[in-house]
Design a protein around this ligand. Structure first.
Ligand SMILES: NC(=O)C1=CN([C@@H]2O[C@H](COP(=O)(O)OP(=O)(O)OC[C@H]3O[C@@H](n4cnc5c(N)ncnc54)[C@H](OP(=O)(O)O)[C@@H]3O)[C@@H](O)[C@H]2O)C=CC1
Ligand SMILES: N[C@@H](CC=O)C(=O)O
Length: 329
């Protein structure tokens, strides 16, 4: 039986989730791809942390780009660089890539997609936005004729978790954040979560997917949740409202408008009941009307799920020979 050889960039929360899923789902992946799937190489920053890993650990990307046996690269490292340069080199070396890195993809996604097109490889990025919710694949493949009029979403699991814990458990902000970090939800630098950068990056990725462009970043209001007090939360409860961190995007007079901010939602709002680490995306379209997708927005396995589903889309029903003609985006 043929094998698909995988390289994994990053072996933290997400990388470990991908590795675990590939191992626990061998049989299913074999049924879908017709191949055995094998993680052969791990690129990490601190090799001393990964002494027990079953495979080759490397710190030089050339070990991957110059290895013709590696077919596909999953990227789950932190920040724009070196992730962007690494993925560029992998694509140029003819490898499919799948990324969870929204900070990098919000800035360089367009260029990477174009590069992948030129090199006849696929690029999957569903894990960049809303954790395990297959929102990217859904918009790409299932909402083709619909015009998306507006999106309102909870796109960050950490902030939704903190707001829920503060309201439900009377937790202090710092304690709830610490729990989110322990559960693997928060970014390496949680400022990205609590100041709204993470939701902003995800919104920009959605904007490019839906409208083929992003608004000028300086025109997008971005407010995090750090100024929300226990008193604010209690006052909202008295009026049956809940504070949620909402990312919105829509078009007005041909211009894309977007914002990320805490909003007091009434009980009948579609995002009012989204709790804990869940994310949700409410999409308004011209044919369908309103649709809301909800699911886990962060964490090892939900994120691995999004990456593995990208993998399956690339390889499903295709022989190794045919795979380069399959384009995820
Ligand atoms: N956690 C989550 O729920 C989600 C995270 N993401 C995104 O996935 C990515 C990974 O997140 P997460 O797993 O939580 O992060 P972690 O901090 O848990 O892990 C990061 C991994 O990347 C490696 N790494 C960091 N910098 C470099 C570098 N310069 N060269 C090589 N390896 C490097 C680290 O190596 P070492 O172990 O040697 O230090 C580590 O293994 C991020 O881009 C994040 O935004 C996306 C969706 C959900
Ligand atoms: N830190 C992010 C992780 C997933 O994208 C979040 O909390 O949503």
């Amino acid at each position: 039986m043929k094998a698909i050889n995988v390289a994994l960039l990053g072996l933290g929360t997400v990388g470990k989730g991908v590795y675990q899923t590939i191992n626990t789902h061998q049989e299913r992946l074999r049924d879908i791809t017709g191949c055995s799937v094998h993680v052969s190489t791990f690129l990490i920053e601190h090799p001393e942390k990964h002494a027990t890993v079953n495979g080759t650990t490397v710190t030089d990307i050339r070990t991957i780009t110059e290895n013709p046996d590696i077919d596909i690269v999953f990227e789950a490292i932190v920040g724009k660089e070196p992730a962007f340069s690494y993925l560029k080199k992998c694509i140029q070396a003819g490898k499919h890539v799948i990324t969870a890195n929204k900070e990098m993809f919000a800035v360089h996604g367009k260029e990477l997609r174009e590069l992948a097109r030129q090199h006849h490889v696929s690029i999957g990025y569903d894990a960049t936005t809303a954790g395990g919710i297959p929102i990217i694949q859904m918009i790409q493949h299932v909402l083709q004729a619909n015009n998306v009029l507006k999106v309102q979403a909870i796109l960050n699991g950490t902030t939704n978790y903190i707001l829920t814990e503060m309201r439900d458990q009377n937790a202090a902000f710092e304690d709830a954040l610490q729990q989110a970090q322990q559960l693997g939800y928060a970014e390496a630098d949680p400022t990205n979560d609590v100041e709204g950068f993470d939701a902003f990056y995800k919104l920009m990725i959605l904007s490019e997917l839906i409208y083929n462009e992003q608004p000028n970043w300086n025109d997008v209001k971005r407010i995090g949740i750090t100024s929300i007090s226990e008193k604010d939360i209690a006052e909202n409860q008295l009026t049956n409202k809940r504070i949620k961190h909402i990312a919105s995007i829509w078009k007005e007079d041909g211009r894309i408008l977007a914002k990320v901010e805490p909003v007091s939602l009434p009980r009948d709002h579609p995002l009012y009941a989204i709790e804990g680490v869940d994310n949700a995306i409410n999409i308004e379209t011209d044919i369908l009307g309103e649709l809301t997708l909800k699911g886990p927005g962060a964490g090892a396995l939900p994120t691995a799920s999004a990456m593995i589903e990208d993998f399956c889309l690339i390889y499903s029903g295709k022989s190794q020979k045919e795979k380069s003609t399959v384009v995820v985006s």
